[in-house]
Design a protein around this ligand. Structure first.
Ligand code: PEP
Length: 253
């Protein structure tokens, strides 16, 4: 057991209107009281951020966004800037989710610009990395992750290990029902922590939270969380139903 406070994060993707998201957040705020020694974050769509922020007042659940632009303002139609997320109450911002990389052409350079922008505004980037099934089959998992992390975290200076979160999300496990086995995931998390030690120094790397994501459910979360380098979960589909997500955040019971 390590001393890192687990983070259970829900990525609501493009689901829930403002009122629907606020109702789910209120239900989760009631449930979180039963979850011990765990930090919980939910990332609703942009249009629901303010309603969810209001619904979470007085609760320990943190608010996150699913993406950001890297500039503070400008002529970027359809984009959202970090100061807007900060003003809406966000503490975390998910960066480089595989859906953004695969469907919207995001690359490691863009991820790096966003990570810097989020840090500049005092929020915590949740930097997503992960290999595709073809890359895993070709034995490229570690080289893919190396590149994603080296470029994604380039020139990031951290004062505190809690200022960044890494989420390992094998692309083949997202929304597919296939989960990496506990040991498969641990092997990669161990590798990521070694790489973080090289990039950030061993002391900081020891405190950075590395989440696993990919079809996490109430039935598999405890096994994953028992691994020494798995410090939490980034949950997509199973975070949409508050009662299911609550069972995940109570993974110890
Ligand atoms: C995700 O979207 O980050 C994710 C892990 O999705 P799911 O839990 O549905 O696989």
């Amino acid at each position: 057991m390590n001393s890192r406070l687990p983070l259970i994060a829900g990525n609501w993707k493009m689901f829930k209107t403002g009122p629907e998201a606020a109702a789910a957040a209120r239900e989760l705020a009631r449930e979180v009281a039963g979850a011990q020694a765990v930090e919980v974050m939910i990332a609703p769509p942009f249009t629901a951020l303010e309603a969810v922020h209001a619904a979470l007042q007085g609760s320990a659940i943190a608010l996150g966004a699913q993406n950001t632009h890297w500039e503070d303002s400008g002529a970027f139609t359809g984009e959202i800037a970090p100061p807007m997320l900060k003003a809406a109450g966000c503490r975390f911002v998910i960066i480089g989710h595989s859906e953004r990389r695969q469907l919207f052409g995001e690359d490691d350079r863009g991820v790096n610009r966003k990570v810097h922008a989020v840090r500049r505004h005092g929020m915590v980037p949740v930097v997503c990395v992960g290999e595709t099934e073809a890359q895993r089959d070709a034995g490229q998992t570690f080289s893919v992750l190396d590149k994603q992390l080296r470029l994604g975290l380039e020139n990031i200076a951290l004062g505190n290990p809690l200022d960044v979160v890494v989420a390992y999300e094998p692309v083949w496990a997202i929304g597919t029902g296939k989960t990496a086995s506990d040991h498969q995931a641990q092997e990669v998390h161990d590798r990521i922590r070694r790489l973080l030690a090289e990039l950030l120094g061993a002391d900081l790397a020891a405190g950075v939270r590395i989440l696993y994501g990919g079809s996490v459910k109430p039935g598999n979360v405890a096994g994953l969380m028992a691994m020494p380098d798995i410090d939490g979960a980034l949950v997509g589909g199973a975070s949409l139903d508050p009662q299911t997500f609550a069972r995940i955040m109570r993974f110890r019971s």
